[in-house]
Design a protein around this ligand. Structure first.
Ligand SMILES: Cc1cc2nc3c(=O)[nH]c(=O)nc-3n(C[C@H](O)[C@H](O)[C@H](O)COP(=O)(O)O)c2cc1C
Length: 354
């Protein structure tokens, strides 16, 4: 019952996707998800360019199952990632800001499944026109950058808009088998989850930071804020976010520049490369200079919480679903539990229908 157009396209056992999360979706988490029957995406946007190939090979060492890579068109090494994806036969790519037509053509020629994430029906239609093979639709309750419309309203709209052409995957607020069945009953071909996998045993996030996620029991404090980089992003309220929400433009600019320099050191991106992505975002997303620099460097601020284990010095990107997750499960137990609950729910519904 859980074989869908999505499992066919991605070559996985269950219609359950582990989405890319900057600093979090590392080779171990991706392999854990894939080995458990799901489909994992490596977070290519925060992996230093010189480590990208090593991480791809590491996933291949840890699993013989297909997996995917996430990146975005503004990152300076986007073309290099496309080349690596093609060369290593990676099954799928995910992205929110679509690469140009030439990059999409290169990926599609190589048979790579192109799977953008969208937050509006019109973006889903555009993405399919650009060549998307699968659409992930993320409702506003989802983690990281996110829109304003909740999954319950957005998903049926996107299914109606493009569901006859490509499989649609529901993201934003999912954690269990009941959610999977609900999404499928709206016409989705599967679910994609970020926060639930972030809160797993394979998650590389330090315990000090994970504790904040576990302790958070109020979806109302997992807010959607533009204070970080001008684009709405959902995060758990903490000291830094409060400070950012209150900061004036000059303070934000200073913070943006200092983080920019730190990120440059980490990724090896040239100053020119960094400025170029900031200018492109300013042009395309209508951001102020400070927001654009901040956006290009937001990963550095996230890194403080996600890698260094300093939950008050970095931000805590999270879906609201974190507030209803009480324990860290292994990918194996998580996916097994989802599948079992979904099958039980489907049997109950089938019995009722009879
Ligand atoms: C910590 C964190 C980091 C994220 N980083 C990325 C990213 O680098 N690229 C991306 O496309 N989406 C990113 N996202 C969004 C997720 O891939 C996913 O779409 C979202 O978490 C789904 O909603 P959920 O958290 O309710 O499951 C991130 C989300 C979180 C929680």
């Amino acid at each position: 019952m859980l074989q869908t157009r999505l499992t066919d396209k991605l070559g996985c056992q269950y219609p359950i996707v582990q989405t890319a999360m900057g600093w979090v979706a590392d080779p171990n988490l991706v392999a854990g998800s894939c080995n458990a029957g799901g489909f994992g995406f490596l977070a290519g946007a925060t992996i230093p360019p010189e480590e990208m190939e090593r991480d791809l090979l590491r996933v291949k060492e840890l699993t013989d199952k297909p997996f995917g890579v996430n990146f975005h068109m503004y990152q300076p090494n986007a073309a290099a990632i496309v080349e690596l994806v093609v060369r290593h036969g990676v099954r799928a790519v995910s992205y929110s800001r679509s690469p140009g037509a030439d990059m999409i053509a290169k990926l599609k020629d190589a048979g790579v499944v192109c799977m953008p994430t969208v937050g509006l029906p019109k973006h889903a239609i555009k993405a399919v026109e650009l060549g998307a093979d699968v659409i992930t639709v993320q409702g506003g309750e989802g983690g990281g950058h996110t829109g304003a419309i909740p999954t319950t309203l957005l998903l049926p709209q996107v299914v109606a808009a493009v569901g006859d052409k490509v499989p649609v995957v529901a993201a934003g607020g999912f954690k269990d088998g009941d959610g999977l069945v609900a999404a499928m009953s709206w016409g989705a071909d599967g679910i994609a989850m970020g926060t639930r996998f972030l809160m797993s045993k394979e998650s590389p996030v330090p315990r000090e930071t994970l504790q904040r996620y576990i302790e958070c029991k109020d979806p109302g404090v997992i807010i959607r804020s533009t204070a970080m980089d001008g684009l709405p992003q959902r995060m758990i309220m903490n000291q830094l976010l409060e400070k950012l929400e209150r900061a004036g433009p000059l303070k934000k600019l200073l913070l943006a520049v200092s983080n920019g320099l730190a990120f440059r050191k980490h990724t090896g991106a040239s100053l020119i490369g960094l400025l170029k992505s900031a200018i492109a975002m300013q042009r395309d997303d209508g951001l102020t200079a400070a927001q654009a620099i901040m956006s290009a460097n937001a990963p550095m601020i996230i890194q403080k919480a996600m890698v260094s284990g300093q939950p008050d010095l970095g931000v805590l990107p999270s879906g609201q679903v974190a507030a209803v997750i009480d324990e860290l499960l292994s990918c194996e137990d998580l996916i097994k539990g989802i599948v079992e609950q979904a099958e039980q729910r489907l049997s109950v519904l089938a019995a009722r229908a009879q």
